[in-house]
Design a protein around this ligand. Structure first.
Ligand code: ADP
Length: 475
């Protein structure tokens, strides 16, 4: 079995298809031929049996079963008997009268060629001598007082039946292997034709390297299984290329984001060192530098966090999270910052809201949104946090009366490193990763996030989180 499996693995698909095809066809032909052979044999034998019985019936009326003088039974020489004798000549049948011990008293046709047979019961038997077989029909003869006196037997040689069957066997011996050979060749040709495009796809796929994802199979042909395979492959390459481009863009942006604060640091250090300065001046410069370093640390942490978010969800700590309690705590945490800025924070959080999720990530998500709202809302403005259950979703919204987001920026707002106004953000310390992180966290929770904003009026971020965990939903 192991050996066979090894061989099968080495054979090409086209050869395996052909072999299976030939094997199945061979089995079908064998079964069909067996059936035809059996039917022919059966019908020839039925014919022989029927004519034996018919001749016996006709002969029976022309038999003289012998009189009181104990004479042996004999055929009456009537016209009918003569007709039977004529027909016997044509069909190679014999008729004979035999004693209870099997001795032939009288007969018509070549009845002496047929071996003697003492039947055990009335009906059909077969006897053979050498290679020749006869079919014999026996009918009991009785005297007028009902006592058994012998048998009437009609018999026919089965040579013609054997010949007919042998002829069929010979034809099948040739026809089956020949048909299998022809269909095998045809099957191989067809399999070859059907699989040739796959070879082409394989060659193209081979020539696509990780650094050049721009090549496509661009299959020209019918949209059958192979066509769809090629399309799927091209679509996968599209996605891979897009992902690859995104990664590259991300690395570029990250490098750029790192370089800007580092250049500022370098500039400040250069200015500070350009001439001797007082202790106060050095302290001031160091405090400025500390701010830039903090920004860099934040950026590093955010980048690390984003890269971890992209990793498999299995590493997340999933649990049932009391969202009502969690939001309340976050609001309390943000309140002093908001009040310090002169922004009013109000909330309406329904009690008993639960989701299955990663608590740390959920804290990060809502802290980012509330932090942005308070950060971008000017003095005297308001920030509102609301949470409620809507069907199978928990809906959390964070709205503010800040400057709003221009409509052309909204489609990009969740992109990594995107900032509406780079200068504005720079003052407030963001690198444009906060919303990208929020988006990713919501996505990993199988939820979605929306934004509505009007320039000059304010912004609302709405987060929808399913009540069930992602795996509960699938079940
Ligand atoms: P950042 O760390 O710069 O705040 P985010 O990803 O959190 O980055 O936000 C991206 C951009 O979206 C910000 O630069 C800011 O211009 C805009 N933005 C985010 N939240 C708000 C808001 N509540 N009101 C107005 N603009 C906002």
């Amino acid at each position: 079995m192991v050996h066979l499996k090894g061989i099968e693995e080495q054979l090409s698909l086209r050869l395996r298809l052909t072999l299976w095809y030939v094997l199945l066809l061979g089995l079908t032909m064998l079964m069909f031929s067996g059936y035809v052979y059996w039917r022919l044999q059966h019908s020839l034998m039925t014919q022989v049996d029927a004519s034996l019985e018919m001749v016996a019936t006709q002969a029976l009326v022309n038999i003289d079963t012998g009189g009181e003088d104990n004479s042996m039974p004999s055929f009456q020489n009537t016209e009918e008997m003569a007709a039977i004798v004529d027909r016997l000549g044509e069909t190679n049948l014999i008729v004979r009268l035999v004693s209870p011990t099997g001795k032939a008293w009288a007969g018509l046709g070549y009845y002496r060629n047929v071996p003697a047979l003492v039947p055990k019961r009335p009906g059909y038997d077969s006897v053979s001598r050498g290679k020749h077989v006869w079919r014999v029909y026996s009918f009991p003869l009785e005297a007028s007082d009902g006592s058994p006196i012998g048998w009437l037997q009609t018999a026919q040689s089965l040579d013609s039946v054997s010949h007919a069957l042998e002829g069929l066997r010979e034809q099948l011996y040739w026809a089956i292997p020949l048909t299998l050979l022809l269909t095998g060749l045809g099957g191989f040709f067809l399999a070859n034709r059907a699989l040739r495009p796959i070879d082409r796809i394989t060659r193209t796929a081979h020539s696509i390297s990780a650094t050049d994802l721009s090549r496509r199979i661009q299959y020209v042909g019918p949209r059958d299984e192979v066509g769809r395979l090629a399309d799927t492959f091209d679509a996968m390459l599209d996605r891979l290329q897009a992902a690859f481009e995104r990664e590259r863009q991300f690395t570029d942006d990250a490098a750029h984001e790192l370089r800007t604060p580092l250049t500022i640091l370098k500039g400040r250090i250069g200015v500070a060192l350009s001439r001797p300065r007082s202790k106060r001046e050095y302290e001031g410069t160091l405090r400025d530098l500390e701010q830039e370093v903090d920004r860099l640390i934040r950026l590093g942490t955010d980048l690390l966090f984003l890269s971890r978010l992209d990793q498999v969800r299995l590493f997340w700590h999933w649990e049932k999270v009391d969202l009502s309690g969690l939001l309340q705590v976050i609001a309390e945490q943000v309140r002093p910052i908001a009040e310090g800025k002169g922004v009013e924070l109000s909330e309406s959080i329904d009690s008993g809201l639960y989701v299955t999720g990663d608590q740390d990530h959920l804290i990060r998500l809502f802290l980012n949104l509330l932090d942005n709202a308070t950060k971008y809302t000017p003095k005297g403005g308001q920030v509102r946090l609301e949470a409620l259950q809507d069907g199978r979703d928990i809906v959390v919204s964070v709205s503010d009366t800040g400057p709003g987001i221009p409509s052309e920026a909204i489609p990009h707002i969740f992109e990594r490193f995107f900032r509406v106004d780079a200068d504005r953000s720079r003052e407030t310390g963001g690198a444009g990763l906060g919303l990208a992180i929020a988006y990713e966290i919501v996505r990993q929770h199988n939820g979605h996030i929306e934004v509505q904003s009007q320039v000059g009026e304010g912004t609302t971020f709405v987060v929808f989180l399913p009540v069930e965990a992602p795996w509960q939903k699938e079940g």
